[in-house]
Design a protein around this ligand. Structure first.
Ligand code: GLP
Length: 266
């Protein structure tokens, strides 16, 4: 701050920090995935035994493919990282091909040589009988690890982050939630039919996510353009859980041109 800066200017700058996160619009999806992969490599280089918060979803497939390439090229070593995934379905066995655990094992942990004993998920099995116990245990594990250095995030069409469906309390922590209709529709192809999609999940809360030291969001394709606009340019509101990411001091939204296409349009 310069000595001549007025209180008003300072307030405007603070306001800007709250409402204008860094947004990077990439030429294409692979460039966006490469940028996120570089953030992962930086986080791993920055702290011994770095703690990564990981996300599932089709958007992340390109990121994990690139990360695995970096590991294969010996440009990145994940053997010492601790990971915490955002969420898991209730009522889906851990080895079920549709569990998030299986997705992560196939996409990243096995090919990227992540130690499975240091790869954590909220315990969906325990959550079915003891939701509070499972939630507290996960929060405790994150705390004991020293906190998440870098959290990756995708966006749900309805503005959810992880499985924090609207309206989502910004003070929420890990808990069992009911899935929104749009979320279940989006998962129907994975489960065969909408009736087979679980109705509940256990998810990190909005507050849990905001406690990560750095957050990197990835949104790709026209399908995400409207939620990107609402997250970045609409009011910060529980109705759009992703809008609360603007309250974080170190968040970057990586977008492709299609996902960014509605920004600045009104
Ligand atoms: C699920 C996950 C979210 C993810 C979202 C988007 O709902 N719980 O963490 O961001 O899907 O998925 P996709 O990347 O397939 O659009």
């Amino acid at each position: 701050m310069t000595s001549s800066e007025t209180g008003e200017v300072r307030a405007a700058r603070d306001e800007e920090q709250v409402t204008r996160p860094t947004v990077v619009v990439h030429r294409d999806a692979s460039e966006a995935c490469a940028a996120i992969s570089r953030s992962i490599a930086e986080a791993v280089a920055l702290r011994e035994r770095a703690v990564l918060g990981l996300a599932t979803g089709s958007t992340m497939v390109g990121v994990y493919t690139e990360v695995v390439r970096l590991v294969g090229a010996k440009e990145l070593d994940l053997s010492d990282v601790t990971t915490f995934n955002l969420d898991e379905y209730l009522g889906v066995d851990r080895d079920d091909p549709r569990s998030f655990r299986t997705f992560m094992r196939e996409q990243l942990f096995e090919p990227g040589h992540v130690d499975p004993t240091r790869a954590h998920f909220p315990d969906a099995e325990l959550a079915a009988s003891d939701p509070l116990g499972a939630a507290r245990a996960y929060e405790g594990m994150i705390r004991e690890s020293g906190g998440i250095d870098l959290q990756l995030l995708g966006l749900g069409r309805n503005g959810h982050v992880a499985f924090n469906e609207p309206p989502a309390d910004p003070a929420s922590r890990t808990r069992v939630v009911s899935l929104a209709a749009t979320t279940r529709e989006d998962a129907a192809s994975t489960f065969g039919s909408i009736d087979d999609v679980p109705r509940e999940a256990i998810t990190m809360g909005v507050r849990t996510i905001l406690e990560a030291r750095r957050i990197r969001v990835l949104a790709l394709g026209e399908r995400k353009a409207d939620v990107v606009r609402r997250a970045l340019e609409g009011p910060v509101s529980p109705e759009v859980p992703a809008s609360h990411l603007r309250e974080h001091a170190d968040v970057v939204f990586h977008l492709d041109a299609a996902a960014a296409s509605l920004l600045g349009s009104d």
